[in-house]
Design a protein around this ligand. Structure first.
Ligand code: ZN
Length: 147
């Protein structure tokens, strides 16, 4: 596993829109492993491929307190967003030392391919829902400070 350099604002690379992954192969798994190592090293709870200058729809997250539940989400989609919103303070590894309140749907249903290449559909709420939406924004070139 390789720790990759993080892309920091105002690098225009953060504004690129990512392409779907066509097939999960050894290269995408290597990318996911490197992203997890990078995220843990930086003590983040989520990281989008955009933030390591790879423009493919890959996210990694770990919202557990123990930092032992790595998640890999390939080609994530939101298939449902709740009308009720949650407001929370967000930060970003690409926007150092800046935190702000962002309002987002409180509950979402997501669909993605996991590390094994299986399609997963699941509900997320609270911190997990917020994190997934924040990371998915990166894949569209959006940052939390835009909200
Ligand atoms: Zn971020």
């Amino acid at each position: 596993m390789t720790i990759k350099p993080l892309i920091i604002l105002p690098d225009p690379v953060l504004r690129q829109v990512s392409k779907p992954v066509e097939r999960i192969d050894a290269e995408s798994l290597q990318l996911a492993d490197d992203m997890l190592a990078t995220m843990y090293e930086a003590q983040g709870i989520g990281l989008a491929a955009t933030q390591v200058d790879v423009h493919e729809r890959v996210l990694v997250m770990d919202v557990s307190e123990e930092r032992n539940q790595p998640l890999v989400l390939v080609n994530p989609e939101l298939v449902f967003k709740s009308d009720d919103l949650i407001e929370g303070e967000e930060g970003c590894l690409s926007v150092p030392d800046f935190y702000d309140e962002v309002e987002r749907p409180k509950r979402v249903k997501l669909r993605y391919l996991n590390y094994q290449g299986e399609q997963v559909e699941e509900w997320a709420e609270g911190m997990y829902a917020v994190c997934i939406q924040h990371e998915m924004d990166h894949l569209q070139g959006t940052l939390f400070i835009d909200h």
